[in-house]
Design a protein around this ligand. Sequence first.
Ligand SMILES: [Zn+2]
Length: 285
Amino acid sequence: MTTFCDAHNHLQDKRLELYLPDLMPAMHAAGITKCVVNGTCQEDWPRVIKLAHRYPDLILPSLGLHPWHIATRSRDWVENLKQFLAGETYPVFIGECGLDRSARGSDFEAQKEIFTIHLALASKQDLPLSIHCVRAWGALLEILRTNDIPKRGFLLHSYGGSPELVTELVPLGAYFSFSGPFLINNRPRAREIFQRIPPDRLLAETDAPDMCPPEEYREHQLEGPGDTPLNHPANLPQVIRGMAEILDHEEQPLRSLLLNNFSTFFQVKPRTKKTLRFKKPLDLR
Ligand SMILES: [Zn+2]
């Protein structure tokens, strides 16, 4: 059976806390053997690390300040982040971090400064870096072109830039991940973007509990606080099925390609389903 690896999700999200005991078995049943869990603010970093300790075979922890949450940072956030990077016996990745001009009330100059710090930390140790970018592509390119970049490259999670920009980003080392919302509307544009990406730079993600795929690609869903359902991390195989349609690619070879790209970029070997061990879910409160 093919296995799957999720390049970007948020299992530490408080909205998922209630569901955690059921999420892990569902992910296992879906064949998901690795996922990168991204912290977005200092408050949730310890939760990400706790989860990674609890599910060391499944979870690759990543820590960062999301541009929406930079105002919550403490003065010593960089020290705090460095402690996590140095204090664990396994690698801790960097992100989610980035730039977002649509984030209301978030100081864009501060976003740039904070993102540049994340980039420097990732470059210094050649760590995987997960980037969020919305309406800030010019500024992102400028920062990437004038600073050191991790040798292995970087991930533009749920890539929302133009097809033309792909050509600028590839030589810098970009990987691009596909997510559920590309299946909702303007599929021709999604096709134009993703067909332009070199196959060895493609990844797939759920971003769970966000970015729910449309109903026909939703094998699982979770009740959210509002009208919109929460995305379930075990929807990944369905997202990849949709990705194969968009790319006009056969599903099985695409799955293998994505697994290869995941292990190249994150430098981990995806385990076969058999070797996975599941312990009791952890109480994160
Ligand atoms: Zn995210």
